[in-house]
Design a protein around this ligand. Structure first.
Ligand code: ZN
Ligand code: ZN
Ligand code: FE
Length: 755
């Protein structure tokens, strides 16, 4: 007989790990115990050597789906002659710092039960187990147990209690465990404001209405979705009208991978993403299909997800596999509705609502991913991913709170060599979003047992997050670190790749406040966590009307033409529709309300306007997305001229580029050709600047980040050209390159600063 003391680290708590170990040990006739400790699971295993070896070998291979093992280590102990295997109570310390898992899609075992007429949970829309179901969205406090979830109001029946208490059961300590007798129930509301009578079969009634063209509100995992038949153009248009959303693409839900493959092109990486427990929206290339064009107008991509709750599975069955639009339940850009009390906000949008009585505590939007090359790129990292901890390459000697940016708000907590990035909180200008931001920071601090001893925020003093950070730091009496926006983007990329070395950061972005008070966004930085230098940037241009120039790309086109001293009056593009041209010209000539920017996002806008693609945008990044799609459709191999200034700071002169784009537009060159040449030119600029920086700084690691790098074409072409040139190239794959990734970068910088 031998006895081993085995320590397992990683995401091993709250994911069904102890019952798994119990079953595995029993199977191998091993005695001993398993216990949750602070930061690890501790196993004491006693048996004959061969059995112990097999046990250890199989342990990582058959681990539960939501577990993630980082390390297993063991030492010998003297045998105590233990024959039985027990699950022992958690150490007090472990209770204080549990790891909350992310919400997970309905697992295969639960799905089988859902459609098994003999099962007691047959067609029960809220079944779940330790391997799947709601987590973050139902947590109200720490430690994670049923009393501190939104399931607290549901008393378990005897059958559920028996499963919950049985270490050998798949539902052992599954906090949201429920059944038709004791758990949450569906309710159909015929008018969103009226509490209708509970129908005999709400799902069938809801599905029938959707198939007839109605717009429904559906309570999901992290909030309400608005639902309609994606094949019904009139319904989709009506949803756009009611939601006040002109063109921004809607995501769809399809029943299966096969359906996704019928509607879109799906490669293996994309298919794997669709089917992960996180079940994100995956942006896929559209095919000709039954989906109405209005689902994602002028867009070669479609956001597709698979059903991830039992309720979704039942609904997709009830609509007989029709693809359904599933878009966030909100009006225009407001935060998604998640509380039943707020359902009134959707009263004018939805004809009926399918809701239930399990409250959602943490509002959590769907995650959105795209495959670039063969790796994942996040547009939004939220449901299914948050709050999964990320390794931090620099040790946070004291607990850190980093509050992120303004749009696409996220916050991060860091302690030791670990960081947790929150779910997506949206635009913090919205009061509701800001309130959730404040409340969820408090919740995460409680869940992870952290009281911040340093706080990091963006340099922009007017971000709601920055104001919060200043007030909180003062209240706690802890230091506040303000971090330059693009430095945070650089650090975010370095941190997720585990790099602790200086690198070249190519940060192309919409806007972020620079250290000189102007708006940056076309930056070449060198540096690491503690310091950075702005070693190159795009030529600063005026933004006539400030924020308004972001919504109206034609203003940027005029500003670039003005800067390049290119002819304006006789140009079609400028004359076309704008009586305001004169006004904007006057603003440029007299420097009125026209802040400077080096933003590549604005350059994309200007080129889109000059090429005749669009003069106004209805959502952020729209012009850039359309230029990308056009470029991808062209095989033109032309490139525009550009020039780099000499000197300490390398400036990219955009005047030759703009003049050439304008000349192409005047010669009625196809927009796709202009878009293609523009992308090629940007890649050439990136490579040339990086070569120069390598020559002077000896750095060969390049990090591509900033919102513009959500552009898959630009990202993959810049990456492959740089690799061919001998650079090591890093793109963001774990947090978004856009402002959703800022909080991680700020946390890493703060960790390196407060050693
Ligand atoms: Zn399950
Ligand atoms: Zn029950
Ligand atoms: Fe940014």
């Amino acid at each position: 007989m031998e006895r081993r003391r085995i320590e397992i680290r990683g995401t091993v708590q709250g994911v069904g790990f102890r019952p798994y170990i119990y079953n595995l040990a029993t199977e191998h006739r091993i005695g001993g115990s398993v216990q949750n400790r602070s930061g690890c699971v501790l196993i004491r295993a006693e048996g004959d050597r061969a059995a112990l070896d097999r046990f250890l070998e199989e342990l990582p291979r058959r681990a539960p789906p939501l577990a993630h093992i980082d390390a297993i280590s063991w030492v010998d102990e003297s045998p105590l002659n233990e024959r039985e295997f027990r699950i022992v109570a958690s150490e007090a310390d472990a209770e204080r710092t549990p790891h909350i898992a992310a919400d997970a899609a309905c697992c295969a075992d639960c799905l089988r039960e859902l459609f098994d007429p003999a099962d007691r949970r047959y067609r029960y829309p809220f079944l779940n187990c330790t391997n799947c179901g709601p987590r973050l969205t139902i947590v109200t406090g720490a430690p994670y147990d049923r009393e501190r979830t939104t399931m607290a109001g549901f008393a378990m029946c005897n059958d559920c209690r028996a499963e919950y208490d049985d270490p050998a059961n798949r539902r052992f300590h599954a906090q949201p465990v429920a059944c038709p007798r004791c758990g949450p129930r569906l309710e159909l509301r015929v008018a969103a404001t009226q509490r209708g009578a509970r129908e005999a079969d709400p799902i069938t009634a809801f599905a029938a209405a959707i198939l007839e063209g109605a717009i429904g509100a559906l309570k999901g995992l992290g909030g309400y979705h608005l639902v309609c038949d994606a094949r019904n153009a009139a319904a989709v248009l009506e949803l756009r009208r009611r939601k006040e959303r002109d063109e921004k693409p809607f995501a769809i839900m399809v029943r299966s991978r096969a359906d996704a493959e019928r509607i879109c092109r799906v490669n293996e990486t994309e298919a794997a993403l669709l089917e992960t427990a996180a079940a994100p929206i995956v942006l896929l290339q559209k095919r000709e299909s039954e989906c109405a064009a209005q689902v994602a107008p002028n867009n070669p991509c479609l956001g597709v997800m698979l059903p991830y709750t039992p309720l979704h599975h039942l609904l997709m069955e009830a609509v007989r596999g029709a693809p359904l639009v599933m878009t966030s339940g909100n009006r225009s850009d407001e935060p998604i509705v998640h509380a039943d009390a707020d359902l009134d906000r959707l009263a004018d949008v939805a004809d009926l609502a399918l809701t239930h009585d399990r409250p959602i505590h943490v509002r959590c939007d769907d995650s959105v991913v795209r495959v670039v090359g063969d790796s994942v790129s996040f547009v939004r990292r939220s449901r299914g991913y948050a709050p999964r901890p990320l390794p931090l390459p620099v040790e946070a000697a004291r607990p850190i709170l980093a509050v992120g940016g303004q749009l696409k708000g996220t916050f991060a907590l860091a302690r030791g060599r670990e960081a947790v990035v929150s779910h997506h909180l949206g635009d913090l200008d919205h009061y509701e979003a800001y309130r959730a931001f404040e409340r969820d920071i408090a919740l995460y601090e409680q869940l992870f047992g952290i009281v911040p001893e340093a706080i990091a925020c963006d340099m922009h003093p007017d971000y709601a997050s920055s104001r919060y950070a200043a007030a909180r730091a003062a209240a706690l009496g802890v230091p506040l670190l303000t971090v330059q926006h693009h430095h945070a983007h650089l650090a975010s990329g370095l941190a997720e790749h585990g790099l602790d070395e200086p690198a070249i950061g190519v940060i192309f972005d919409g806007s972020g406040l620079g250290t000189d008070g102007t708006i940056w966004g076309g930056e070449f930085l060198t540096g690491g966590y503690q310091t950075f230098r702005r070693v190159g940037h795009f030529r600063p241009i005026r933004m006539p009307g400030g924020e308004q120039a972001i919504r109206e790309p034609w203003r940027m086109a005029l500003a670039y033409l003005f800067d390049a001293q290119a002819p304006i009056a006789e140009r079609d593009g400028a004359r076309r529709l704008h009586r305001d041209t004169r006004l904007v010209m006057a603003m440029l000539e007299r420097n009125i309300n026209s802040p400077w920017t080096s933003s590549v996002g604005r350059l994309f806008d200007a080129v889109a306007s000059l090429a005749g693609v669009r003069d106004r945008v209805s959502f952020e990044g729209q012009a850039g997305m359309e230029l990308e799609a056009l470029a991808a459709s062209s095989t033109d191999d032309g490139v525009y001229p550009s020039s780099l200034s000499d000197g300490e700071v390398c400036q990219v002169d955009t005047r030759p580029l703009i003049a050439a784009v304008a000349a192409d537009a005047d010669a009625a060159t196809a927009a796709a050709v202009i878009a293609r040449r523009f992308h090629t030119t940007l890649v050439a600029i990136i490579v040339e600047v990086c070569q120069r920086l390598r020559a002077t700084s000896k750095l060969d690691a390049v990090l591509l980040s900033g919102g513009v790098f959500m552009n898959a074409l630009l990202s993959s072409e810049a990456e492959s050209r740089l690799i061919r040139d001998g650079f090591r190239v890093y793109r963001q794959r774990i947090v978004p390159p856009n402002d959703g990734g800022l909080s991680l970068g700020q946390a890493a910088i703060a960790a390196a600063t407060f050693r």
